[in-house]
Ligand binder design. Structure first.
Ligand code: AMP
Length: 133
């Protein structure tokens, strides 16, 4: 399936490329949370991690770790959010597997917008039982 990222990989759409190898490229996100926000994109357009071989996923995470180190050493961010929006329900806009590496700074006032809910009495144990793997 063709996505905006396959077009970037083919060079049909311009990007600022930070890294490339046999399995992935890393580019700057065009609409960053903070400058330097990086995307590590699988060359093969797996829609989500479910379709991606584990070895490839491990490689993408290895490259994300290198991006994290570069952002910390060059921009001086104190942390990063490393995020995969994995499926449309999770907010994934481009159905082509990619990892976001988002620079974060102490007191930068950014937050995830999740609303969290505690479990009812005893419920956490039931979920634990159902979800063992
Ligand atoms: P997601 O919601 O996880 O699918 O994220 C897709 C990301 O791709 C967004 O953060 C967009 O800003 C980014 N994006 C979309 N088009 C481009 C582009 N042409 N170059 C770089 N980043 C892009």
């Amino acid at each position: 399936m063709e996505t905006i990222f396959t077009k970037i990989i083919e060079g049909a759409i311009p990007s600022v490329k930070l890294h490339e190898d046999a399995l992935c490229i890393a580019i700057l996100d065009i609409n960053p949370v903070h400058k330097g926000h990086t995307l590590v994109i699988s060359r093969t357009p797996y829609p989500t991690i479910s379709e991606c071989p584990s070895e490839t996923l491990a490689h993408l995470m290895h490259v994300a770790k290198e991006a994290d180190a570069k952002l910390r050493s060059t921009l001086g961010c104190q942390g990063t959010n490393i995020v995969i929006n994995n499926g449309k329900a999770s907010g994934q806009e481009v159905p082509h597997l990619h990892i976001h590496i988002i620079p974060r700074y102490d007191d930068d006032q950014q937050k995830f917008g999740f609303i969290k809910h505690p479990y009812a009495d005893g419920e956490i144990a039931q979920y634990g039982k159902k979800l063992e793997f």
